[in-house]
Design a binder for this molecule. Structure first.
Ligand SMILES: [Zn+2]
Length: 226
């Protein structure tokens, strides 16, 4: 019943958006990872320059395995760049590295949405693990209270997904500003880096749309029980 209930149809637009976003990020990244930036900086160098410029010498820039696994870890104060970004001097690499540095700057400036997002991580982990099992158990066992607990837990995961959006958009706008101000990219290269970051942001929008529609779906299923 879980997959053949009609509310599943609600997810189709979000699934299509997610597929489009995946394709867009992959094709844009591939395209601009073949364009070397004219000033010759690598992703690691750009991240280091930006961090030093903001007196964040304590944050280390390190390579990490995998593709597009780039992230900033606020607990260990490490800016981890994937192999394809760390040593590459492509426009895409410089853009992604600056975006991750943007997260480090958010952390240093105690940017509120980032604080909220980090605070939500433990409840979100619990929520995403337990929400669906509790909801489905409640549905089968005829315990609407259990379904409600599942919905509340899932709603927390939706809030997390929504709060992630300003964090991601802000990191990208900081990145573009810093790349322009620091003359890391030329006028011609900036829109290319922007395109890579916009495509990446679209994957977060798609994930949020999916989460919101899943919540609507749970509420619809819950409504049918009353
Ligand atoms: Zn990010």
């Amino acid at each position: 019943m879980y997959f053949n209930d009609p509310t599943f149809l609600l997810l189709i637009p979000a699934l299509l958006l997610a597929l489009y976003a995946q394709w867009k990020v992959k094709s844009t990244y591939e395209k601009y990872s073949r364009v070397p930036c004219s000033r010759g900086y690598t992703g690691a160098q750009v991240a280091r320059y930006i961090l030093d410029d903001y007196r964040l010498q304590n944050i280390s820039v390190e390579p990490t395995p995998g593709e597009l696994t780039d992230h900033y870890d606020p607990r260990t104060q490490k800016l981890c760049l994937s192999q394809g970004i760390y040593g590459s001097n492509s426009v895409a690499a410089v853009g992604v590295a600056a975006h991750e540095a943007g997260h480090a700057l958010q952390d240093a400036k105690a940017y509120a949405p980032l604080k909220i997002r980090n605070g939500l991580v433990p409840v979100t982990n619990l929520g995403t693990t337990l929400a669906f099992p509790l909801f489905i158990l409640g549905m089968f066992a005829g315990l609407p209270q259990l379904m409600d607990i599942g919905i509340i837990l899932f709603a927390l995961a939706v809030i997390f997904s929504i709060v992630t959006l300003p964090v991601e958009f802000n990191a990208s706008s900081r990145a573009i500003r810093v790349l322009a101000d620091g003359n890391f990219l030329t006028e011609k290269e900036l829109p290319m880096a922007k395109a890579v970051l916009n495509a990446a942001a679209l994957t977060y929008v798609a994930a949020t749309a999916m989460a919101v529609l899943n919540l609507v779906r749970l509420l619809a299923l819950r409504g049918q029980r009353d």
